[in-house]
Design a protein around this ligand. Structure first.
Ligand SMILES: C[S@@+](CC[C@H](N)C(=O)[O-])C[C@H]1O[C@@H](n2cnc3c(N)ncnc32)[C@H](O)[C@@H]1O
Length: 506
């Protein structure tokens, strides 16, 4: 397979392995309740670091990634610069795509919007990262309402959205039928089965055995034109005709058609041309932005909510996890929230706070713009707002001594259970999950303030845990090392996990 090459590609490849693992620092929680903290996550920070921070917990868990990265239009927006040299842009995208792939579930898909500036280079790059066999399609989104007559050569009316699956057997969820798609059905013969469409009786391939001729109600004889074949056997055609399922035209002397009843057709397979009337245009999103942020400039080119709604409908079910690592003003997260999907959004700019937090708070409060009415959105739910905290490991691969107990505990809890911690974690017993108790021995949590104090699982420490935090069931204990042998651990129902190795290994 041909690969794309560019200046410093090797460095871009090496960059993936060199990204340090940061711990997430929770800044605030919006909505949700104390016992069930919201799973949705908004992270402010460079997405290269943020994606790496997500790997330990979220690898293989994301059902749909939708990203709208800087298109490299060579313009400088108010909130971010979109002006990289082409090789730099590829070097920016490469490690991020590699990490995104790691996060994608086996039945997941990734959607990337882009325009002519970098689209064709991105396609080849994504073939390399995701596998050419996993390329699903290019969606063409009609973004312009009217032509831009001031354009020097062509008015650019569309963006591309590349869709790749994690595996080639990925199947899209079909779209609900619309009044428009149903309007082409009619019932000229008052068939009691309802409206129908005439279906072609001929095919380009010989599906049924034998070429035959058939006489219609007026005696007129029909057979397929040269190079075409009957779609069904003669016997099947006669059976359908006897059941009133063949249409010979209003006078009974037209070529037979096989009736396709509206009541028997399924939902609509998604098409690749997405018209502005169905999913909104750049003008739609501008209006959505004006309503959300009155008097403020919008930045970049936010997408209309209906565009995201269609993508998420095709790629996810309620409850699935959606990720956007170039969140902009938060459209993907807002739409996922209203559609009952879980989500993670990453945005490095200050607009993570000014726009994303603000917008998602409004969504929780029942904001009625965008797709709200269409999905019956009434408000509710919540999200956690995080920044990037300390790096988890120091240069020697040991836990960074700056990392505090609560931060490491929250990381381990999330890592083990894939659920956010409900309370502030400030004791060795982090909590119970699926019948197992999780403990952490770190930074002198047992009272000994020396760095190593109490971080080793000895007989005495285990006895103390059993007395102070008893649990009648399996226990998972994290610590620096253990002095207990395998037999003792097994007898006590303890699985010991060594810091940092058992954290880094995933
Ligand atoms: C085109 S905008 C996305 C608009 C978004 N789809 C919406 O509807 O609002 C691209 C965003 O990516 C952000 N971005 C660019 N590089 C980033 C990085 N390395 N990490 C995180 N965000 C980044 C920019 O700040 C910008 O807000």
């Amino acid at each position: 397979m041909p690969f794309l090459d560019w200046v410093n590609k090797n460095q871009a490849k090496a960059a993936v392995g060199a990204v340090p693992t940061h711990l997430l620092q929770q800044e605030a929680v919006f909505g949700g309740s104390e016992d069930t903290p919201p799973e949705n996550l908004l992270i402010q920070g460079d997405n290269l670091l943020a994606l790496k921070a997500l790997i330990p917990v979220y690898a293989g868990r994301v059902k749909c990634i939708f990203i709208d990265p800087p298109y490299n239009t060579q313009s400088a927006f108010e909130h971010y610069d979109d002006k990289l040299e082409h090789s730099q842009w590829l070097s920016m995208m490469y490690p991020r795509l590699v990490l995104l792939r790691e996060l994608l579930a086996e039945d997941g898909s990734i959607w990337v919007s882009i325009d002519d500036n970098e689209a064709h280079y991105l396609k080849v790059l994504m073939d390399e990262v995701f596998g050419r066999a996993n390329f699903v399609t290019t969606v063409i989104w009609e973004k312009a309402d009217s032509p831009r007559n001031s354009a020097r050569q062509f008015s650019s009316d569309h963006d591309f959205i590349f869709v790749y699956a994690r595996h080639p057997d990925w199947t899209p969820i079909k779209l609900a039928r619309t009044a428009e798609s149903d309007a082409i059905y009619s019932n000229p013969d008052n068939d009691q089965r309802g409206v129908w469409l005439p279906g072609d009786p001929y095919a380009n391939k010989p599906y049924s055995r034998g070429q035959y001729s058939v006489a219609g109600p007026t005696g007129r004889i029909f057979s397929p034109p040269p190079g075409r074949y009957w779609r069904i056997s003669e016997e099947k055609l006669r059976t359908l005709d006897a059941d009133g399922r063949i249409w010979w035209g209003p006078s009974g002397d037209a070529r037979p058609s096989i009736k396709r009843y509206l009541s028997e057709v399924s939902d609509l397979v998604p098409r690749t041309l997405w018209h502005k009337d169905a999913v909104g245009s750049n003008r739609t999103s501008k209006n959505e932005m004006r309503a959300l942020f009155p008097g403020q400039e919008s930045f970049g080119t936010p997408k209309p909510e209906r565009l995201l709604q269609r993508a998420l409908h095709i790629a996810t079910n309620p409850g699935d996890l959606v990720l956007d690592s170039f969140l902009g003003s938060g459209t993907t997260a807002a739409v996922a929230h209203k559609m009952g999907r879980r989500y993670i959004g990453i945005e490095m700019g200050e607009h993570a706070r000014t726009h994303c937090v603000f917008r998602l708070q409004k969504v929780i409060d029942g904001e009625q713009g965008g797709i709200s009415e269409a999905v019956g959105w009434k408000g509710g739910g919540g999200f956690r707002f995080c920044t990037l905290g300390q790096t988890a490991f120091d240069a020697d691969g040991r836990i960074n001594p700056e990392v505090r107990f609560g931060t490491l505990a929250a990381f381990i809890w999330h890592y083990e259970t894939a659920t956010p911690a409900a309370n502030a974690l400030n004791k060795p017993l982090l909590g119970l999950h699926n019948g197992a108790a999780y403990y952490l021995l770190y930074n002198g949590i047992l009272g000994d303030r020396r760095p190593q104090g109490g971080n080793v699982l000895t007989h005495a420490v285990l006895q103390m845990l059993n007395e102070q935090y008893p649990h009648d069931g399996p226990k998972v204990i994290y610590g620096e090392t253990t002095r207990l042998g395998d037999a003792k651990l097994a007898a006590e129902g303890v699985t010991f996990r060594q810091i940092p190795y058992d954290i880094k290994s995933r």
